[in-house]
Unconditional design. Structure first.
Length: 154
């Protein structure tokens, strides 16, 4: 039987294994969702990576985080966190200050403008999540979460 993924990828031969099909299906799905998210964020002038940083810094509260800590919490690893934070500071979304205890560390904090962007973006991303998962049975969503947790743990 031909799978939906085989049809989407115009693949005539079966996948070598279910694991191979699962891997390609995961990558394809992630790319589709990421593209939709990037398109949804474009009118707000931010990227998915910048949104991730804003979300992380909002969660950190007034204490903020150093760049290394932001990098450790990112969904997708970014090689040049200092440059990313610099661009976000130039846009007024975050501010950065030297740590008074360790001058080598620069602490990033979300600004009021950054919080407004998160608030403005929230309904758009909620609608996007509903578009992708709204008609999927909750048990399937739970199973997907569990399966992804298992894969990431390896």
């Amino acid at each position: 039987m031909t799978s939906r993924l085989q049809v989407e990828l115009k693949q005539t031969k079966p996948f070598p294994s279910r694991a191979s099909e699962a891997t390609l299906g995961l990558l394809r799905t992630a790319a589709i969702i990421e593209h939709a998210q990037q398109e949804a964020l474009r009118p707000f002038g931010i990227t998915g990576t910048q949104y991730n940083v804003l979300r992380i810094l909002r969660g950190a509260g007034d204490a903020g985080l150093c760049g290394r800590e932001v990098g450790e919490r990112m969904i997708t690893r970014v090689p040049d966190i200092p440059r990313l934070l610099e661009r976000m500071e130039e846009a007024g979304l975050i501010n950065r200050t030297r740590d008074s205890d360790d001058r080598r560390h620069v602490i990033a904090r979300i600004t009021a403008a950054g919080l407004r962007v998160i608030d403005d973006v929230a309904p758009v991303l909620d609608a996007l999540e509903r578009r992708f998962f709204g008609d999927v049975a909750p048990e399937l969503v739970d199973g997907l979460i569990d399966a992804l947790d298992e894969v990431r743990a390896r």
